[in-house]
Design a protein around this ligand. Structure first.
Ligand code: THU
Length: 160
């Protein structure tokens, strides 16, 4: 028998003010995007904003549907918009925020989004940073989306 331990490293910034100007701007863009979300069913508005290696910024928000599973999260809206415009693009960093969130806990991407973000890291051959933010609270930074998904399924299983 063998026991294992998975360690995840993250940085908690006391607030968005502690970020670089570029990252702070991204959090602001994610916040603005959240306010444009279409979330009449959950009333849970989420915003995402990413910066590409060439400096271009792309935003996304959740888009819900009366047929609930047809809805899509903010993170994948932003990611797919970015990559549909620039097939060889590289996402450096993505900020995620829920403006209405109460308390000190930044929102974390759902499981499906984690899988999609992981695919993007595989696609671009390198990590993307994640900034999980909450208004007036801390920002949790991860160096790679992979940190959110240990024991993950990826293309290496399909093409061993
Ligand atoms: N949602 C996101 O957009 N991103 C997340 O990280 C968590 C959940 C959306 C999906 C749905 O429209 C609403 O939030 C409630 O789950």
């Amino acid at each position: 028998m063998k026991h294992g331990t998975v360690t995840i490293n993250y940085t908690e910034h006391t607030s968005a003010d502690a970020l670089s100007a570029a990252d702070r701007h991204l959090v602001d863009e994610a916040h603005a995007a959240a306010l444009r979300a279409y979330a009449p069913y959950s009333r849970f508005m989420v915003g995402a904003a990413l910066r590409m290696a060439d400096g271009r910024q792309v935003t996304g928000n959740n888009q819900e549907n009366a047929s609930f599973p047809a809805g899509i999260c903010a993170e994948r809206t932003a990611l797919h918009a970015a990559m549909s415009a620039q097939a060889d693009g590289r996402v450096e960093v993505m900020a995620i925020i829920v403006p209405a969130a109460k308390g000190e806990r930044p929102v974390a991407p759902c499981g499906i989004c984690r899988q999609a973000l992981l695919e993007q890291e595989f696609r671009q051959g390198g990590p993307m940073r994640l900034l999980m933010a909450v208004p007036g609270g801390p920002v949790v930074e991860l160096a790679s989306a992979k940190d959110l998904l240990p024991f993950s399924f990826d293309a290496t299983f399909l093409n061993p």
